[in-house]
Design a protein around this ligand. Structure first.
Ligand code: ADP
Length: 349
């Protein structure tokens, strides 16, 4: 940052007064200031309770800084306010987190480095497979970019709240279902900032009346950005399953997702390769996206390879009908694969 501009920015910030009459710089709101080639970026701390106020502060800052000579743009970004009660002691921290979702024995995140690889499809069919092998299952759809679980389970509407102020989840074949999609209006644009994402997801996880669950499956937002890291750090995950298709472009992103989960100390249960081959009517297999991509990657990364799921027209059709394939099908290769995957995961967790 050139010293001159830096000085001017700081001077301008010192004159901003907030609606509560306090000076901006006296409140611990500004996380950082950066300036490059005419572009100023100010990061502001926010939490789930003060997002609107901080957005307003952002507007005040923009107004004050945008007329500085040589400045082309002023952007403000909201970052997650550090939780002052959080301790650096990981074990203590984990204990606190685990207590947050009572009566839920295991929590598994289904994640992918990339959207469109079938993460939600795997989430509902794995959840259904767990249900078929006798587990009490919950599904939390945390995919803020495109919550598709309501559509895949034919569920609609807004959840109600019980007398303990807990959200009553929807039910599908005795599985408890909560989705961020239930909380959004159809016409509402989904523009999420970091703190909003994690607080919305955490709230759904901890304030839903799940009852007694053996397994809660969380359909994570795709990608490896701040949102995913924060969600992973704020939920008491027992492990994660990475979903990828066999193509190099998906695998590269899956490797990034693996790196991210390792960084935040979330155990990786294994990898599921989706759309591994096209299952033809006569039972033959066609490797349309390449062969063994995820299997080879799992060997390289020393991660357990759970199963490969075929690209099967019936999976897509049943999702669109709003019934998981696993529940619709009496038998069949793909159903067996999902059941095998659930049993393998059950042994690991
Ligand atoms: P993501 O959650 O990764 O964005 P989805 O689960 O929404 O991906 O899947 C994207 C599309 O691909 C959906 O229409 C879904 O029905 C279809 N799909 C996913 N996996 C399969 C599969 N194994 N066979 C056939 N269609 C699939």
């Amino acid at each position: 940052m050139t010293e001159n501009i830096k000085k001017i920015i700081e001077e301008k910030l010192t004159i901003i007064t907030l609606p509560n009459k306090k000076k901006l710089i006296e409140e611990e709101i500004i996380e950082g200031i950066s300036y490059k080639d005419g572009h100023i970026q100010i990061s502001l701390f926010a939490n789930k309770d003060n997002i609107e106020e901080i957005e307003f502060v952002g507007k005040l800052i923009k107004k004050e800084l945008q007329n500085i000579e040589g400045v082309i743009s002023v952007t403000t970004v909201l970052t997650n306010e550090p939780n002052k009660r959080e301790t650096n002691n990981k074990t203590e921290d984990k204990k606190q987190k685990i207590q947050q979702i009572n009566n839920v024995k295991k929590i598994i995140a289904i994640a992918s480095g990339k959207g469109g690889v079938g993460k939600s499809t795997i989430s509902i069919n794995l959840a259904s497979a767990f249900s078929l092998i006798g587990k009490n299952v919950g599904i939390l759809d945390a995919d803020i970019h495109g919550p598709s679980i309501p559509h895949m389970l034919g569920l609609k509407g807004k959840p109600e709240v019980n007398s303990d102020k807990k959200i009553i989840p929807f039910e599908f074949n005795s599985m408890k279902v909560m989705s961020i999609g239930f909380l959004l209006n159809d016409e509402q644009p989904v523009v999420w900032r970091g703190p909003m994402v994690h607080s919305a997801i955490k709230q759904m996880a901890t304030e839903t009346d799940w009852g007694e669950l053996d397994i809660l499956i969380i359909d994570m937002p795709p990608g490896t950005g701040d949102a995913q890291i924060t969600v992973s750090q704020h939920l008491p995950l027992d492990g994660t399953i990475i979903v990828s298709t066999p193509q190099p472009v998906a695998l590269n992103d899956a490797v990034k997702a693996i790196g991210m989960f390792r960084k935040v100390d979330i155990p990786i249960i294994g990898i599921i390769e989706n759309m591994s081959y096209l299952l033809l009517e006569d039972g033959k297999k066609e490797d349309i996206f390449g062969k063994d991509g995820a299997k080879n990657m799992s060997e390289k990364e020393k991660i357990f390879f759970i199963e490969e799921i075929p690209l099967d027209k019936e999976i897509r059709e049943s999702s669109d009908r709003g019934v998981p394939y696993i529940f619709e099908k009496r038998d069949g290769l793909t159903k067996d694969i999902f059941l095998k995957a659930a049993k393998k995961i059950n042994k690991i967790i």
